[in-house]
Design a protein around this ligand. Structure first.
Ligand code: ASP
Length: 356
């Protein structure tokens, strides 16, 4: 063989070996699909120090490209489900997400799913998915408090850690998880507590499920409520949810807000009550009359932490109310909206609030 041919031959062998090795490495890596919905993590401002910015301006492909080393963790595919600030998150988008996750979860070539989302209503979508997805593969939500263009943007590391949790076999079977600022939260327990701080998500009653550190995780807790594969809620054939309103409790609360909800067709009303889910006498009367008409009234609380106990300060048995137990008003609304897809007794409804 002439020298030139020999060199060409060796080059072909080398390239073949390298591409085999590359293909083998790709095949070994887990497969993750990112479903993007918008939010500040996809927000962009004109400068790095600007407080105002439009959410949902950056596409999923640009977000993935902005995270160094993310492709070493997993084979990643991105899909754009929506591109909205989560103040505009709707049941329509939540249903689309749940259905898509159920398709992906059933596939052998998908190991985990990450959802990028705004932080404002993250806890609501997380809880909705926790009740409606039918897979025990990790489903992990991430967002950010600072837009992608900010000095010290928090989105890239949250996304990196989110992928790290989505590929972790220890994350399996813990329900939908939210990874923000290194903490791993259960969908049941987390809530947004600061309008601006990056350490905004807390799980005040139950604590975090674990901690994520640059793609490595420590798990401390397994959420004990029903979720995902043990949940009875199935949205496969659902395209609309019944209307459930939240009425905010306060001193001298006007009771006619409850009447207005009933008049506008609410099938359920969640009271973000004072203290242990309480409300003034006029509102108790209006709520009891709504309950008599068949509207389901759930007492939750505007207080950031603590439970709302059945018959503690209000006689739920007599007035026909449900107590929200650990669920805050926004999560109570999600559970009640799904629960009202079929008819249930008061006892059954109360049971849901202590099981989910
Ligand atoms: N308004 C934004 C949103 O929820 C805020 C955020 O993502 O932090 O989409």
């Amino acid at each position: 063989m002439r020298l030139q041919h020999k060199t060409q031959f060796l080059l072909v062998i080398l390239l073949t070996v390298v591409s085999w090795q590359y293909a083998a490495a790709q095949a070994k890596k887990p497969n993750v699909v990112i479903l993007a919905t918008g939010g500040t993590i996809a927000g962009a401002a004109a400068t790095g120090t600007q407080a105002g910015y439009p959410s949902g301006a950056v596409t999923i492909d640009a977000m993935i490209a902005a995270v160094p080393g993310i492709k070493d963790l997993a084979n990643i595919k991105g899909e754009q489900i929506s591109n909205v600030g989560s103040q505009d998150m709707s049941f329509d988008i939540m249903l689309t997400l749940a259905k898509r996750i159920n398709e992906l979860g059933a596939r052998n070539d998908v190991d985990g799913i990450v959802v990028t989302h705004g932080t404002d209503t993250m806890e609501e979508t997380a809880f909705f998915l926790n009740l409606t997805v039918k897979t025990d593969k990790p489903v992990v939500m991430v967002g950010s408090m600072r837009p992608s263009t900010a000095v010290s943007a928090d989105g890239p590391l949250n996304l990196y850690n989110g992928i790290g949790v989505a590929i972790d076999p220890n994350a399996k079977g813990r329900g939908v998880l939210v990874v923000m600022n290194d903490w791993i939260h259960a969908a049941h327990s987390l809530t947004k507590t600061s309008t601006t701080a990056i350490q905004t998500f807390m799980s005040p009653l139950r604590g975090v499920v674990g901690v994520a550190t640059y793609g490595k995780n420590d798990f401390y807790n397994t959420p004990q409520w029903k979720h995902t594969t043990s949940s009875e809620f199935n949205v496969a054939n659902v395209s609309k949810l019944p209307r459930v309103d939240i009425v905010f409790g306060c001193a001298d609360m006007p009771a006619d807000l409850i009447d207005a909800s009933v008049a506008n067709g609410a099938k359920g009303i969640v009271i973000a009550g004072v203290g242990n889910g309480n409300m003034n006498k006029a509102s108790l009367d209006a709520a009891a009359s709504a309950a008599k008409k068949g509207v389901v009234v759930v007492r939750s609380s505007r207080v950031a932490t603590g439970t709302v106990g059945r018959n503690v300060e209000v006689n739920d048995d007599e007035l026909g109310f449900i107590a929200s137990d650990e669920l805050n008003p926004q999560k109570s609304r999600i559970l009640l909206s799904l629960a009202l897809l079929k008819s249930r007794t008061k006892d059954e409804l109360q049971n849901l609030f202590t099981s989910y």
